[in-house]
Write a protein that binds this ligand. Sequence first.
Ligand SMILES: Nc1ncnc2c1ncn2[C@@H]1O[C@H](COP(=O)(O)OP(=O)(O)OP(=O)(O)O)[C@@H](O)[C@H]1O
Ligand SMILES: [Mg+2]
Length: 277
Amino acid sequence: MKTIAIVSSVGGAGRTTLTTALAGLLAAREHVALAAECDPRNVLALHFGLRENAREGLVTHLAGGPGAGDAWSRAALQSDDGVLVLPWGSLADGHASDDPRDDDASALLDARPGWLRELLARVDLPAQTIALVDAGTWPSAHARQAIDAADLVLGVLTPCATACATLPRLIAALVRAQKRSVFVANAVVPARQLHMDVVALLRARLGAAMLPYLVHADTGVPAALAAGENFCLSAPSSQAAHDLHGIASWLSHWSTGASLDAPDELLAQHVARGSTP
Ligand SMILES: Nc1ncnc2c1ncn2[C@@H]1O[C@H](COP(=O)(O)OP(=O)(O)OP(=O)(O)O)[C@@H](O)[C@H]1O
Ligand SMILES: [Mg+2]
C-alpha cells in the first residue's frame, strides 16, 4: 500500500475536498482507494455523502489502546464511489475530561509517535491500494502522524499571503522528515491578479515540487458538498473536475513507481536558500 498525506499549513485550504475527490477518481481508475481522516474535525464521512458525524473511527482505536484489536476496521465505511472511508470518529462518549486536548486526542497522538504508520502497515488490503490521509492543519499532532505515515506528501496551497508565509516552515519540516513532497494550488481564480501572481511565485520557488496542475475555484464544489454529491460526478465537464483528474492521474502513475520528476532536491535547495515564496 502507498500512503499519501494531504497536508496544509492553513485551515480551509481544501485538504478534505481533495482527499475525497482524489480517492473517488483513483477508485474509478481501478485502484483500491482508502481515505483515512487524521483530523479531529471528523467531517470526512460527510464529504463522502454520509449525513451524520461518524462516531467510530481511528480515534476509537487510538483511545482503546492495544486491546482495541480491529476496532478501526469495524468503523470503515464503503462510499458510493467505491472508496473505503476511515473517519476520525469521536471520543465524546465516556471520555469526559477537563483537559481540552483530550477532545482531539493530541496528547494521545504525541505519546504514540508512529501510531498511524504502524496501523496502516497492518491494514490487510491489496498491494496496489492507495491510502489518502486527510491530515489536520499543520503544525499539529495529527499532521505529524499523517506525515510520518506517508510515502508522499501532497501539500495543498491556497493562493493567499498566509499560505506563502507559513510554507517555508512546512517545507523545512518535510525535508527534515525526509518525505517526498509535491504541492498543488487549490481554489484558484485566474481572473484575480493576486492568485496568478502567487501561483507564479510558488512555481518559481518550488520548481518541480509544484505539480503542473492547479485546481480552479468552482462554486459547484461547496454546492456538491451541501447536496451530499460527488463533485467530479455531478460536474464532470467543469475545469475543476478536469484539474482533479490531472492530479489523480499523476498520483496513479507515482503509485506504480513510474519515473517522475524528483522534487525532493528542489525542496532541499529551497530550504538551503532560506527563501520565502
Ligand atoms: N476548488 C474549490 N473551489 C471552490 N470551493 C472549494 C474548492 N476547494 C474547496 N472548496 C471549499 O472550501 C471549503 C474548505 O474546503 P475543505 O473543507 O476541503 O478544506 P480543509 O483544508 O479540509 O479545511 P479544514 O481546515 O476545515 O479541515 C469548503 O467549503 C469547500 O467546499
Ligand atoms: Mg478538512
